[in-house]
Design a binder for this molecule. Structure first.
Ligand SMILES: [Zn+2]
Length: 237
């Protein structure tokens, strides 16, 4: 698609006066696009939509994309597709609505335990921000407690929160590690992620076997060779 096409105004008409079906299911009359942006980022610095898109709801925008692909959005198989996509995005991008502080709010006393805690082989599904195609795989998340521990499921939830945003695997890995270090303040955190990227399988170089491995080591895992080796050995088992 050329730059000209990208910047061209869409042919859809603004749904003036109607109640847009925004991603958050709001029945208010503000624009669905604004609703989507608010849902996606909840940051005030994000620019408002162009004036002629302000009242177009998310489903209409997806219908227009289908038209530009060469499809007829009115044909039977596609009639409910925009609504389905909007519903699925609420789940796939649900991480924008969550905060790590809320996920890790419940912490328990570690007592005398100060050895490594490792959640291994936990699966994740995320979306690459460059192509909006899935990448997925497994993660290994470890920390060395200092006074406090958290439920194992909370580590998986923290991973899911970041995975359910547009990502690159490098940032996903780092975000999980730094949130855990910042909030729980253990002696160290180690995160390793192994991911398969659809944008490399179905387009571009079209290689489906490659796995991308990323890691982030903080505190004792970075400073202490024995600790790091123990994590790597356990993660590979
Ligand atoms: Zn990609």
């Amino acid at each position: 698609m050329s730059t000209t096409n990208c910047s061209r105004r869409p042919t859809i008409s603004a749904a003036n006066g109607s109640t847009p079906a925004g991603l958050n299911g709001s029945s208010q009359t503000h624009s669905a696009l604004q609703t989507f942006r608010g849902f996606a980022h909840q940051r005030s610095e994000i620019a408002p939509p162009p004036a002629d898109l302000a009242l177009v709801n998310s489903e209409e925008l997806i219908e227009e994309i289908l038209r530009r692909l060469g499809e007829d959005p009115a044909r039977e198989g596609l009639q409910q597709t925009p609504a389905r996509i909007v519903r699925s995005w609420k789940e796939i991008y649900g991480g924008y609505k969550q905060r790590a502080e809320e996920i890790l709010v419940t912490q328990f006393c570690a007592g005398q335990y100060d050895e490594m805690v490792l959640l291994r082989d936990v699966e994740f599904y995320s979306t690459c921000e460059h192509h909006m195609l899935p990448f997925y795989g497994k993660a290994h998340i470890a920390y060395l407690p200092k006074n406090k521990i958290v439920g194992l499921s909370k580590l998986a939830r923290l991973l899911d929160m970041h995975a359910r945003r547009l990502q690159v695997q490098e940032r996903l890995t780092q975000a999980v590690a730094t949130d855990l270090q910042r909030i729980l303040q253990p002696r160290g955190v180690a995160v390793m992620i192994e991911g398969k990227h659809q944008c490399m399988c179905c387009r571009g170089v079209r290689k489906k076997e490659g796995t991308m491995v990323t890691s982030c080591l903080l505190g004792a895992f970075k400073e202490n060779v024995a600790t790091r080796s123990e994590f790597l050995a356990l993660a590979k088992e």
